[in-house]
Design a protein around this ligand. Sequence first.
Ligand code: PGA
Length: 249
Amino acid sequence: MRKNIVAGNWKMNNDLPETEALISDLLKQKQTSNAEVIIAPTAVNLYQAFNATRNSNIEVVAQNMHFAENGAYTGEISAAMLKSVGVNTVIIGHSERRAYFNETDDLLAKKVDTALKNDLRVIFCFGEELNDRKSGNHETVVENQIKNALFHREASAFKNIILAYEPVWAIGTGETASPEQAQDMHKYIRQTLNTKYGKEVSQDMTILYGGSVKPANAKEIFSKPDVDGGLIGGAALKAEDFYAIINAF
Ligand code: PGA
């Protein structure tokens, strides 16, 4: 089902006391929209975050996961481990994972499969780099990222997938895609889904925009018909700003 979702990706920020403090601030905020609220703290604090948000409507999700079920993968975290601490959703394919940890489409396809097999919902991220946008290849790049990691799946798998379009040139740079650029790409993504899987999958798909979303620009971006919410980095680290974005719907 298509929903409005605002997800905060905390990245490698906030130790345990800071995580507890930010959650306590978040719990004091007033929500006036009906958007689903998600936060993604660092893995070591997921259990504490899960407990701290237990009686709220904030869902705690993971930023990453390994594709193997278990075994000799020093430093990695499995789907079952995430499930065991209350996590039901995982972000896969963030551009920082692709760029700094060499995560390829093939690897991401495996992660998606493992997550879905373990009943984890997937927030699948993708987006073009500045060069792709400048050369006019942005639609092809995005289409390939989606096809390569997701199109081996059956239509029903998409019930547990949320897409997050994040142009790399707009992440953490202060530069946002214009609401029109976001809308054009989201529409293109929906058409791509429609071509492969038909109307139901494409119309039901929740597609988030990410990249320098702030209280000042959220309303205009979220007002676009194919934009269903946001994946928020920097602005998710301040409770007031995060809720101003949530309430922009
Ligand atoms: P940003 O990050 O909001 O700081 O640009 C977005 C993201 O990386 O998900």
